[in-house]
Design a protein around this ligand. Structure first.
Ligand code: F6P
Length: 381
């Protein structure tokens, strides 16, 4: 019998974290289950810092449906299985502190831990399940790259923000006869770039899954110019790569072992410069950045997050643990965490469906790819 549960939000924030938290709490309250939230993801679990969550307390899980961010924080650098510790002599070492977390969960009598996060978060969740903790994952990320689910919460809002940005770039680009390049997030997957390119009427979309030839984009832009269209809209995923080239990296973070320390970024400016040189048209770059993660979730994400949260609590009540809530072929379901992260030996691995990683990338027979090609969006190949 589940009587007391805890939630943690982990990894980069997305719009929809709070909607999931609220749905778990509301579903739990209906069944008389007590809810708590660890502060700042796995770090809170390690430090045993948590707050009670209830809808009767207006400062906590009530009135948060449209609110961006996470009311219980989140952490992007707390892999408790390889936790960065600075020793008294100043040496930095990495320690497996997961047993402390297990003790915290057991001592405080939590019957289930809900882990809201992406591939790294769910990998730790799976590892806690192997240590005897009941966990239920909820797939979060704007990148939409978690395996075994058709969609992650936060993604739709990111696409919507990028589409709105493209609408705005259209009018300024058209007025000044410019090529407007928008660099979007997405890590090693091109979902945000591809879907927003379709939603925002872009002419070119460059995604990591299709190494691009800049000359193909030039051809498309020149063809438009020949038709009297003196402006073009280009979406570039931060992980896009030129044929035979490599990804552009803004820097490397020192967030510890087992987390993605690569900070992507910069490809938008590279492409903009090349297009300006090769077409003779003026080009401008906009890097959308964290706008894609902040602020209020779309109605779609509110509903998706609510479905995911209530399903997660339902699974806990049924005693079905060590799974991830998913949407498969439009239906709410769950899959074993092992299926989701079993292959993810390297968090932040560039490839999907390999021995190292099974992050979900855009596959070439996906409707979005076909649709983009059908309507003449140049994908750089
Ligand atoms: O995974 C979500 C994401 O926003 C990626 O799209 C982006 O590459 C990365 O996180 C940025 O991470 P950080 O918040 O650590 O700068």
């Amino acid at each position: 019998m589940v009587k007391k549960v805890a939630i943690l939000a982990n990894g980069g924030d997305v719009s929809g974290f709070n909607a999931v938290i609220r749905a778990i709490v509301k579903t739990a309250e209906e069944k008389g289950v007590q809810c708590f939230g660890f502060i700042d993801g796995y770090r809170g679990l390690l430090k045993n810092e948590y707050v009670a969550l209830s809808t009767s307390d207006s400062r906590k899980a009530s009135g948060i449906l449209p609110k961006g961010g996470s009311i219980i924080g989140s952490s992007t650098n707390a892999n408790v299985f390889h936790y960065k510790v600075t020793e008294l002599n100043g040496d930095v070492v990495y320690k497996d502190l997961s047993d402390i977390c297990v003790e915290n969960i057991k001592n405080d009598g939590f019957d289930c831990l809900f882990t809201l996060g992406g591939d790294g978060t769910q990998k730790s969740a799976r590892d806690f399940s192997l240590k005897g903790i009941n966990v239920i994952g909820v797939p979060k990320t704007i990148d939409n790259d978690v395996a075994c689910t058709d969609i992650t919460f936060g993604y739709n809002t990111a696409v919507s923000v990028a589409s709105e940005a493209l609408d705005r770039l259209h009018t300024t680009g058209e007025t000044h006869h410019r090529i407007m390049v928008l660099e979007v997030m997405g890590r090693y997957a091109g979902w945000i770039a591809l879907e927003s390119a379709i939603a925002g009427g872009a002419d070119v979309a460059l995604i990591p899954e299709i190494p691009y030839d800049i000359n193909k984009a030039v051809e498309k832009i020149n063809h438009r110019r020949d038709m009297g269209k003196n402006f073009s809209i280009v979406v570039v995923a931060e992980g896009a790569v030129p044929k035979g080239g490599s990804m552009i990296i803004e820097g490397t973070r020192n967030n510890g072992i087992g987390v993605d320390n690569t900070k992507l970024g910069g490809i938008g400016n590279v492409v903009t410069k090349q297009l300006e040189e090769l077409t003779g048209l003026e080009a401008r770059c906009t890097v959308l950045g964290y706008m894609q993660r902040g602020g209020t979730p779309t109605a779609f994400d509110r509903v998706l997050s609510t479905k995911y949260g209530s399903k997660a609590m339902e699974l806990a009540l049924e005693g079905k643990f060590n799974v991830l809530t998913v949407i498969k072929d439009g239906k709410l379901d769950c899959v074993p965490l092992e299926d989701v992260v079993g292959n993810n030996k390297v968090i932040g691995a560039v490839s999907g469906n390999t021995a190292e990683s099974n992050i979900r990338k855009v596959n070439m027979d996906h409707d979005l790819v076909k649709t983009a090609r059908n309507i003449g969006i140049c994908l750089g190949d």
